[in-house]
Design a protein around this ligand. Structure first.
Ligand SMILES: C[S@@+](CC[C@H](N)C(=O)[O-])C[C@H]1O[C@@H](n2cnc3c(N)ncnc32)[C@H](O)[C@@H]1O
Length: 282
């Protein structure tokens, strides 16, 4: 096969990562994904149910990542499954997923979403992902991909101030009230717990499998830049066998704009998240 063939219609037989042709592969490398997904109708994948969660991920976004980092039939773990953005994407793309989350309410919502979409649910375990090795559904066979969206330190667990408070959005929106919820930990404790959890999770990945995780930065303070994405990359690069491959940006066009800091000082309206990409080469 010539390079031209693989760039046009056929999948290169050397491609062990995904089922993409050369041109599909090239398109999937763009560093910014800018999206506005529907919140009503069949393309919303029961968003009206999933919105009971403070930050549900759009299944189409997760599907795009699944298509690059797995082949059809690939095996995927989401240890922070929430209301099932990754798991729904697995069903849409013919991958097998396993989800774990602390919250029985989110698990119940995922079950309701599957019923509404007439979709067979993927295995979903209510439990603490800091103990993945004790969960039989998770240890049965190695995963090709860990695709996940952990909490962003305490970002959602804190009451809002300033413009958001003025506009009636002052309440904190923690994922759960559990002390086991990583979203209820301070910045450095969160980073240490997430790193330990992912160190254990790597044992469940096949060699050359990928870890793809979402994160957001926090506002800088006098003490620290709070670029959580950079601190996560620095911490995970210390894990044996984990190779940092780079990031993509998800620009979420549906985010509201607030006049933060007006009229005194610059405060960023964060409309994007980082998608951090690692490969496991033990
Ligand atoms: C950003 S949300 C994930 C949202 C998900 N991607 C979705 O589409 O709904 C993070 C999730 O991590 C869960 N979580 C926090 N600490 C956990 C832990 N120790 N073990 C398992 N789940 C945890 C929270 O309950 C929350 O649902």
């Amino acid at each position: 096969m010539s390079d031209d063939d693989s760039a046009d219609g056929a999948v290169d037989p050397r491609n062990r990562l995904n089922d993409m042709t050369g041109s599909e592969w090239t398109y999937a490398l763009r560093s910014v994904l800018s999206t506005r997904y529907p919140t009503r109708g069949p393309e919303a994948y029961a968003h009206q149910l999933r919105r009971m969660h403070p930050s549900p991920k759009p299944p189409q976004l997760m599907a795009e990542l699944l298509r690059f980092f797995t082949k059809a039939g690939g095996h995927v773990l989401d240890p922070f499954a929430g209301v099932g953005g990754t798991l729904i994407a697995c069903s849409l793309e013919g991958r097998s997923g396993v989800g774990v989350d602390l919250s029985p309410e989110y698990a119940a919502c995922y079950a309701e979403v599957c019923a509404a979409l007439d979709m067979a649910p993927q295995p979903y375990v209510v439990g603490d992902s800091r103990r993945l090795a004790t969960i039989p559904e998770v240890t049965a066979r190695p995963f090709d991909l860990i695709l996940t969206d952990p909490p962003y330190a305490q970002m959602l667990a804190k009451a809002k101030t300033g413009e958001r408070k003025k506009r009636g959005h002052a309440e904190a929106t923690p994922f759960t009230d559990s002390p086991d919820d990583l979203g209820n930990l301070g910045y450095w404790e969160f980073l240490a717990e997430l790193t330990e959890l992912l160190r254990d999770a790597l044992a469940l990945l096949r060699p050359r499998g990928h870890l793809v995780l979402f994160t957001k930065d926090l506002q800088p303070t006098a003490e620290h830049h709070n670029m959580l994405h950079a601190d996560i990359v620095a911490a995970l690069r210390e894990l044996p066998g984990l190779e940092y491959r780079g990031y993509r940006i998800w620009h979420d066009q549906s985010q509201n704009l607030y006049p933060f800091g007006y009229p005194f000082a610059f405060v960023s309206n964060q409309m994007h998240q980082f998608i951090l990409i690692f490969r496991y080469v033990p």
